[in-house]
Design a protein around this ligand. Structure first.
Ligand code: HPA
Length: 235
């Protein structure tokens, strides 16, 4: 049965779902990385596809921007469509000065200014962390492929336009690698429903330096991130 936001039939999704923010990215992943990919939902143009990668059935569905949007799609995928492994593949803004454009960040944990995990956890602090097996598999894949990655804490911000210099300094001091907008929500949600989650990111801009990727560069680094995410998902 369809959910309010996903128009697929039962069984249309794999238990493994890769989740970019952008629906056109979902289409691009289906076109370039999956075989026999079929569109399974397109409500609000939030495309979802299921196909095969190295013989394993895999889905890809966009989650939109921010924790509220991601939470709608990820919850329905888990509760109604049997998703057990959710891997976000997205972009981030670098905070740590040693991060370069196109570097890959694997979010071991995620802090946030969102209240969602407190809402789930009786107002206590929940340590929003990646599933360890997925994290280890992603790190192994990166090592085998000789792709350098940075593994550590990220910050999932509710406001994209909120650059308070004091907060940027604090994040750098506290060893936050990068800012994005969903990982903490995904990790809290996965914990609530007993699913496994990971977030793999490409550095698209340097928040303090002001540099950002060109479209061609985005494409190149995106391929490395996909290889890491897909290899981690399959193991
Ligand atoms: N902030 C939040 N999310 C992001 C950014 C950013 O600067 N860059 C890419 N995703």
């Amino acid at each position: 049965m369809a959910t309010p936001h996903i128009a697929a039939s039962p069984g249309d999704f794999s238990d493994i779902v890769l989740m970019p923010g952008d629906p056109l990215r979902a289409r691009m992943i289906a076109d370039n990385w999956l075989e026999q990919a079929k569109l399974v939902t397109d409500i609000r143009n939030m495309y979802g596809y299921t196909g095969y990668y190295r013989g394993r059935r895999i889905s890809v569905m966009a989650h939109g921007m921010g924790i509220p949007s991601l939470s709608i799609y990820a919850t329905e995928l888990i509760r109604e469509y049997g998703a057990r492994t959710l891997i976000r593949v997205g972009s981030c803004g670098a905070i740590a000065p040693h991060l370069q454009l196109q570097d890959i960040v694997i979010a071991q944990g995620a802090g946030t200014d969102s209240k969602v995990n407190r809402m789930r956890f009786l107002d206590h602090d929940f340590a929003a962390i990646a599933d360890y097996a997925l994290l280890a598999q992603a790190c192994d894949a990166a090592r085998r492929l000789h792709y350098p990655v940075h593994v550590g804490n990220v910050f999932s911000a509710d406001l994209f336009y909120s650059a308070q210099p004091e907060m940027l300094e604090k994040m750098e001091k506290m060893r936050i690698l990068a800012v994005e907008m969903e990982a903490a929500g995904l990790y809290g949600l996965a914990a609530e429903y007993g699913a496994s989650a990971l977030t793999v990111l490409t550095v698209a801009d340097q928040i303090r330096g002001g540099a950002s990727l060109t479209a061609a560069e985005r494409q190149h680094s995106f391929g490395r991130m996909m290889e890491i995410a897909l290899t981690a998902a399959l193991e």
